[in-house]
Write a protein that binds this ligand. Structure first.
Ligand SMILES: [Zn+2]
Length: 243
């Protein structure tokens, strides 16, 4: 056993019992525990932790905890994220997955995924796992994940957008909401026979999904979604008028 002092900063405190929030506390770690082991034993998935210092020096998750260590853990920072993120939303986050696809972010989601599928896809396709399941996010093979605190899909989108700085990267209405594949422009004359009469009479620009054959156009439904997305994600191209 090694007894160390821990302090978790900012929103990481949400994972702790009330009496440990915002203060330094002592904790006796299991023999040969690494920082990852200790941080997760205290309730914080490793995917949520960013910078860690031990006795004021930077440390990695693999460092072992030694007697008397003073350990500070800070939340994950947006700057640590590279370019366009790809996501994998767990079975309970269908609404969030749909919003992310509307904004053009590649997001896998299937009610049938089991934890093992999620871990495998996260590794193979280097995806960020979105989940409200702390135990899933503690899996060491998940390199990048995000615990979603909010319960409602709109608030979940705001939370994920803030963490991954999505507003500037959004490309709204470029992915099929059903299949998560990029939409291709298609000439009106090729699909006009498939359209409702009012749409054929009023719309000129169309997009096609080669996965499910669905046809998309910027109609009134699109306009309502655009306004809703703009409200949830101010500063994104979803909040500016369509070209
Ligand atoms: Zn499709």
């Amino acid at each position: 056993m090694a007894s160390a002092r821990f302090r978790f900063h900012d929103e990481l405190a949400d994972f702790l019992p009330r009496e440990r929030r915002g203060i330094e506390f002592s904790y006796a770690c299991a023999r040969a525990a690494t920082l990852k082991n200790a941080i997760e034993a205290l309730g914080v998935p490793h995917t949520e932790a960013g910078r860690i210092t031990v006795n004021a020096a930077p440390a990695t998750m693999q460092r072992s905890v030694r007697e008397g260590d003073a350990i500070e853990v800070y939340p994950w920072e947006t700057e640590e994220m590279g370019s366009d993120p790809d996501f994998l939303a767990d079975a309970h986050l269908g609404g969030l997955a749909r919003f992310l696809r509307m904004l053009g972010f590649d997001t896998l989601h299937d009610h049938a995924y089991r934890d093992a599928d999620i871990v495998r896809l996260a590794i193979e396709e280097r995806r960020i796992v979105l989940s409200r399941d702390c135990e899933l996010l503690k899996c060491r093979d998940i390199a990048c994940g995000c615990y979603v605190h909010a319960l409602k899909a709109e608030a979940q989108l705001r939370e994920v957008a803030r963490r991954f700085a999505l507003a500037a990267k959004a490309r709204p209405f470029t992915l099929c909401l059903r299949c998560n594949v990029p939409l291709d422009p298609i000439e009106k004359r090729r699909i006009v026979h498939l359209l409702p009469q009012t749409v054929a009479a009023t719309q000129e620009s169309f997009f096609h999904c080669r996965g499910c054959e669905r046809i998309y156009w910027p109609g009134s439904h699109y306009e309502r979604m655009r306004v809703a997305l703009g409200r949830m994600l101010p500063g994104s191209s979803a909040s500016s008028p369509p070209p």
